[in-house]
Design a protein around this ligand. Sequence first.
Ligand code: ADP
Ligand code: ZN
Length: 795
Amino acid sequence: MIARVTLEIALRKEFAYFIPPELADQVDVGSRVQVPFGARKVLGCVTGLAEESAHARLKPILKVIGAQTLVTPKILKLARWIGEYYCCAPETALKSVLPEAVRHEQASWRERLHVRALPVNGELPKLPKRQREVWRILEERPELPLSELLALAKTTAATVRRLEDRGLVTLAAEISERDPYARYHILPSQPLPLNPAQAKALAAIITAMDGSPKPEVQSPRSEVQSPKSKVQSPEAAGTQGSMFDVGCSMLDVPASAPSLAPPSSPSTPRSSTFLLHGVTGSGKTEVYLQAIAHALEQGKGAIVLVPEISLTPQTVERFKARFSSGPLQTLVAVLHSHLSAGERHDEWHKIRQGRARIAIGARSAIFAPVEPLGLIVVDEEHEHSYKQEEAPRYHARDVAIVRGQMEGAVVVLGSATPSLESYYNCGKGKYTLLQLPERADDKKMPVVRIVDMRQTVRPGKAVPIFSPQLKEAIARRVEQKEQVILFLNRRGYSTSLQCPLCGYVAECPNCSVSLTYHRHENKLCCHICAHVEPVPAVCPNAKCRNPAIRYSGVGTQRVEATLAKLFPHARTVRMDSDVLKRKEDYRRILGDFRVGKIDILVGTQMIAKGLHFPNVTLVGIIYADLALHQPDFRAGERTFQLLTQVAGRAGRGDIEGEVVVQAFTPFHPAIQFARRHDFEGFYAQEMEFREQLKYPPVGRIALLTLKGRNEEKVKFSADYLKQELQKAMVGIKDLVVAGPAPAPLLRAETYYRYQIMLRAQRMAALSQRLAVLIRSLTLPDDVTLAVDIDPVDLT
Ligand code: ADP
Ligand code: ZN
């Protein structure tokens, strides 16, 4: 037999290898193998088997990694789809589906010596004191890890070895699983009785899981309905064709996608995608939990995706607590980047072996080998961290929908602030909208007050950080022993250092951004490339040397410092990525905040998400317009989402909450709609703008970025690429090719960057032609091209 192997080194093709007889029963499609390549040994994945090859003398496979095939046929199919849709090499797509720790066998099961007491024939021989003590423990617990026994008996291994010599115990190596959550004491939880909106949502999801037809729209006022969208598309009915088109996000699938049975085929179960739109605290998680329970009852498993940032022990515990006991008991495996290689290995293999039927994790957990898969939950589906910003540039939410289609699993997207893409798809009938309009615990939504910061400007004076309104609110809440969260999505002390005489601005030597002043470290830092330099005492301009250089722009460090002056008695703690150097810090600070050791928490987006603190009654947003000034068509959407999410942190307890939003453009729609908690209003007005410019979700985008150290060469290559594109794309409907233009961030980490943006009605044909073009394109050696399909970051 012959194996076709996709190598990990980038070659964009399969190579044939001979399967030696001794490995014959271990090699299958999906096996990870080591093979000779030239003089090297390289890793790869078996992506096909064959009887014969055109080559007479094939080299043999050297080694198989792992006891089971690591890439299951279903995941392999998904990886192929990613390679084609996102225009990346098959080996790049394959790489992303296994965690590094598993792929490179960086870790394996940890073995520990276990002691087991043997039955005593006749009378127990007389033992010396230490051995007797050990034996007494073994009479209580006849089997336990050696290290535990030694700790209990306060003795050394030699004592146990004596007992082994006497034939009283055996010592043997056994697998001992790592449990990253072993230190947490998790109390089992029971399903809550659902409120009517939750019950309706769950019923719709369960009906889909049971394979019945989709729930009908009952009445315009029911919770199961389509959004009142202004953009009712006439072509909503024309979405048959490939199975993916039936319910898939905005994705359409390349014609060369894995062959799929038509949707009516009895062998492919129907599947459905739901968008669960519920305000923060409306009980979405409870709906997920009960839907997962239904999957387990069906003998299936589930994947839960949460943004890395909200993958706190708090979140994980809720899932473990529900499924750690009872009739549906199963292991809940957690996959995320804070685990050690060993923990990641164990968690992943628990899923592969089928012992853990629930996988919870960030982006890459969408590739967890849960089998059979009944449900995929994507919580906070609007989060941008679901998009991977290096090849393969996949979006985990969109991959989730495709995987759901492929495996007949139901997909539930949840958010308080859905992405425009997902809401739009509800309007087109691709997803079913489920709504939870009220908070589950009857808590009122917080009152939001907007403060016009233009009123605080005094001629000749710097703009204050705190308006009188916010200052007064903080004072009152701290006085009442309630807690405050202040939010500013910009770390450091001040964002630029400028000389008022000659205009000099301290800029990064590698990137086209100004350096941020960090007072605690007393350094100037680049937030793009992490370049650091000392703070100049005088203006560095040789002709100027002004000693009075000035800092401007406020960061979290400055907010913290100002609070210390204004409220010297309040206990203030800052939380941003500069503070959180170790993985324990995040937990420690949140723990302190929870038990009331902290009065005011200042932070970046880290504190905007999913946290639940009953005693927080005031949330202050220092500078709400910050995200509005980004050169990105989603700036308004981001601002709306951020404000709504941050505001959702207030008033989760018994006392009503308030939110104070400081803004220089207080009448901007993103701010006004967020103030009224009016998602639909925001959606309708934002869609007008997207519709006009044919931006997503109305049209589709592919962003091509060329980069290199020589700006002229990059520019020249971009012009050349544009010409080639125009030839290659002839006939694509409504295609707009914009650029080339310098990227908003022209220079990053010493590279110059130019962009070309392609916009079209549909992506399938576009990404297919792009893939062909890229393969034949020759660029100078020192210029590279990145293709980003459905980009999220446009800088
Ligand atoms: P979300 O995920 O939408 O932010 P959660 O599931 O965290 O909301 O629910 C918010 C709070 O309401 C939690 O404390 C949760 O225990 C509680 N809750 C959820 N559903 C119910 C229910 N049906 N009855 C009572 N309390 C509920
Ligand atoms: Zn830099």
